[in-house]
Design a protein around this ligand. Structure first.
Ligand code: HEM
Length: 150
């Protein structure tokens, strides 16, 4: 039981880190802040990537070494839906990531660089869609914990 509790705790820590970092990105993707934040969003985004890998690793560890064992999750549609939404969020994060890298390069070339409003709006839209999709993951988590199915 100690291993299961430890993995659950680590999963929650990783989730808190990931959601906090994505929320920070959303908060910084504003016209009033982008002249400053646009320089280092790419670095913040590295933290998002590390936290995402940690959430995935802790989630898979729970499935493999947790109290229920892999057999419970291998054919569990809720578990598959959870991984599916997580992968969709990861794919959606590619566009903002590439945008942040382009902005960082532009600011290095020209410290007075101005982020185009259309690029800012699009990057923010993707990050907000990610956040709305992430809301589904704890729902799938509590369903699995209580053996609820679709
Ligand atoms: C941001 C992404 C995620 C969030 C917010 C999230 C949320 C949660 C929550 C709240 C629980 C606990 C439910 C409870 O005990 O009542 C949970 C459990 C779990 N999560 Fe996640 N999770 C995420 C990603 C993942 C991923 C990517 C995986 C697998 C690869 C995963 C696998 C699991 C497993 C196996 C459990 C244990 C369920 C059980 O008790 O049977 N999670 N998750």
């Amino acid at each position: 039981m100690l291993l299961d509790a430890t993995l659950a705790y680590l999963h929650f820590l990783c989730i808190i880190a990931l959601v906090s970092l994505i929320l920070a990105e959303a908060a910084l993707l504003r016209p009033a802040l982008i002249a400053q934040s646009g320089r280092w969003l790419a670095r913040l985004d590295i933290g998002v990537a590390i936290a995402a890998v940690a959430v995935l690793s802790s989630g898979l560890s729970r499935a493999v070494w947790g109290a229920k064992g892999w057999g419970y999750y291998a054919h569990n549609p809720v578990f598959h839906a959870k991984i599916g939404v997580f992968v969709l969020v990861a794919l959606l994060s590619i566009m903002p990531t590439l945008q942040f890298i382009r902005w960082a390069k532009a600011f290095r070339r020209d410290p007075a660089y101005m982020v185009p409003a259309a690029e800012l709006k699009r990057a923010r839209r993707y990050v907000m869609i990610e956040l709305h999709l992430l809301v589904l993951l704890p729902l799938f988590g509590v369903m699995m914990a209580r053996d609820l199915h679709f």
